[in-house]
Design a protein around this ligand. Structure first.
Ligand SMILES: Cc1cc2nc3c(=O)[nH]c(=O)nc-3n(C[C@H](O)[C@H](O)[C@H](O)COP(=O)(O)OP(=O)(O)OC[C@H]3O[C@@H](n4cnc5c(N)ncnc54)[C@H](O)[C@@H]3O)c2cc1C
Length: 468
């Protein structure tokens, strides 16, 4: 069927996927005066961002919060959303469940010295870090190897392991240190020590304090406002199913309900997960497709649970809790959503968002909803001493949640980038390279929009809309 997008010229860029990356990238290109079409397979925007409401609660079924980077602040300012931002109290502690107790993660030296999360031996080992020599060999280390070598075993199991679960739902024994935590390995490379680098940054004021934030009605406000700004350039329920070379252009095959359409574009940006990019690119370059397909995404279930405040034996005065593996708990941790941001629960209620699954627990995907709730509630009873049954507000299952930056990931990225040079005009901007956080997505979208601009400037501007 003939494509009917009200266009009589081929596009400058077709963006695939309306998660935060695709929307931000599309917005940058439209602002730069480019003709853009953004195709989203589903009928909603935001991708992993999935805010909903139930019984007076605001629920996050995917990401819960973002860190305010300079690029995010600029974006929010430019689209007129600064007033909608909601900040978490930066003094809120994070807790780790260790040896049957919740223990606050220290945030400064006096707290570190008083902390009961690490033993005196563990603290001394951590403070010895500046004297640990740099790694001599050119060898890629896992997060486990890197942290154990530099900071010691206690810091690994009680501090880093739970944070790896919190960010990647990952296994530190499988993640590559340089790919998953590039700023840490850069500290070692540049100053020889993580602690010295932190102290230096504190002294020179270069350490960026990034505030944790969301929006008054939840994270979905950001993609929804971007979607409004994109207007007719955004098409929901338009699934991209194929890409073909057509002279100087790319012919993009799209299905919309029961129709099939095609459209010509000078450039195409894939902001979809690696396994979707793999399907689209495999027919063009089998090796490229296989590299992308091999990036693992573990399953994660997110449970939003409500409890009457009266059932809490203690105030939820924190960001949430993380649970290292080996502590006899199934949940990876919980975000104390109603303490983190205002208006996440009605009067007299609190909301806790629990996570089950990840690389270390792939069989969690076989658990029934009833079993997920039982496990989350059982762990909360033990960690927080909660009484009574929870109000189950939502359960969101992500069969393939967060890409794992496993050992060898940076080499894979280089291989993929090298193969892409054979597909001029195709760009990748997924969260499987360059960071998984929402802040990273905004930065990547801006950088890739710049690269697309450079590319478009270098090729002919001839284009024409064709039928399938
Ligand atoms: C459970 C969970 C918790 C998280 N927590 C946090 C957090 O607290 N803070 C944080 O910063 N980050 C968090 N993240 C990570 C962050 O949410 C993601 O990295 C980010 O949202 C990815 O955005 P994206 O636009 O790159 O991709 P996605 O959000 O995956 O968007 C891709 C879009 O492409 C669409 N699509 C797929 N196939 C096609 C096709 N063939 N044609 C057209 N469209 C297609 C999809 O429907 C989707 O809308 C979390 C992620 C998950 C899953």
């Amino acid at each position: 069927m003939e494509a009917d997008f009200g266009l009589n010229q081929p596009l400058d860029t077709l963006v695939v996927g309306a998660g935060l990356t695709g929307l931000t990238l599309g917005w940058h290109l439209v602002n730069a005066g480019r003709t853009v079409l953004l195709c989203e397979a589903t009928n909603r925007v935001g991708g992993a961002i999935s805010t909903s409401e139930a019984d007076g609660f605001i629920l996050e079924g995917g990401p819960n919060a973002l860190q305010e980077t300079p690029e995010l602040s600029q974006l929010v300012q430019k689209i007129g959303m600064a007033e909608r931002l909601l900040y978490a109290d930066s003094r809120l502690p994070r807790y780790v469940w260790w040896d049957s107790q919740l223990r606050a993660v220290p945030r400064n030296v006096p707290q570190f010295l008083r902390s009961d999360l690490l033993s005196w031996f563990g603290k001394a080992r951590l403070l010895f870090e500046p004297f640990v020599p740099r790694l001599e060999e050119e060898r890629e280390e896992t997060v486990t190897e890197f942290v154990r070598r530099r900071l010691g075993d206690e810091a690994l199991t009680r501090l880093i392991d739970p944070f790896v679960s919190g960010i990647y739902a990952g296994d530190p024994g499988q993640l590559g240190a340089a790919a998953a935590f590039p700023e840490l390995t850069a500290c070692e490379r540049e100053t020889g020590s993580l602690l010295r680098a932190k102290l230096q940054a504190g002294r020179t004021g270069t350490r960026a304090v990034r505030r944790v934030c969301s929006f008054r009605s939840g994270l979905r406000e950001l993609p929804e406002v971007l979607a409004v700004r994109l207007g007719e350039c955004l098409r929901r329920e338009h699934q991209v199913v194929g890409l073909e070379r057509a002279g100087d252009y790319w012919r993009v095959i799209i299905t919309h309900r029961d129709h099939s359409l095609s459209i010509l574009a000078r450039s195409v940006v894939l902001t979809v997960p690696a396994y979707v990019s793999a399907q689209l690119l495999q027919p063009l370059d089998n090796s490229l497709g296989r590299s992308l397909e091999s990036i693992y995404y573990p399953p994660v279930a997110v449970l939003n649970l409500g409890y009457p405040v009266a059932n809490l034996p203690r105030a939820l005065d924190g960001f949430g809790h993380l649970i290292p593996r080996g502590q006899g708990m199934r949940t990876l941790g919980g975000i104390w959503s109603s303490s983190l941001f205002a208006q996440r629960a009605p009067e007299g209620w609190c909301q806790i968002t629990c996570f089950i699954g990840g690389t270390t627990d792939p069989s969690s995907q076989d658990l029934s909803e009833r079993e997920l709730v039982r496990l989350a509630h059982r762990d909360l009873q033990q960690v927080l001493g909660l009484r009574g049954a929870p109000k189950v507000l939502a359960i969101t299952r992500w069969p393939r949640a967060i890409p794992q930056y496993a050992l060898g990931h940076l080499h894979k990225q280089m291989r993929v980038e090298a193969r892409l040079t054979g597909l001029q005009g195709i760009f990748l901007a997924g969260n499987y390279f360059g960071g998984v956080s929402l802040g990273d997505c905004v930065v990547r979208a801006q950088v890739q929009a710049g690269q697309v601009q450079t590319y478009l400037g270098s090729v002919s501007s001839q284009a024409s809309l064709r039928s399938a």
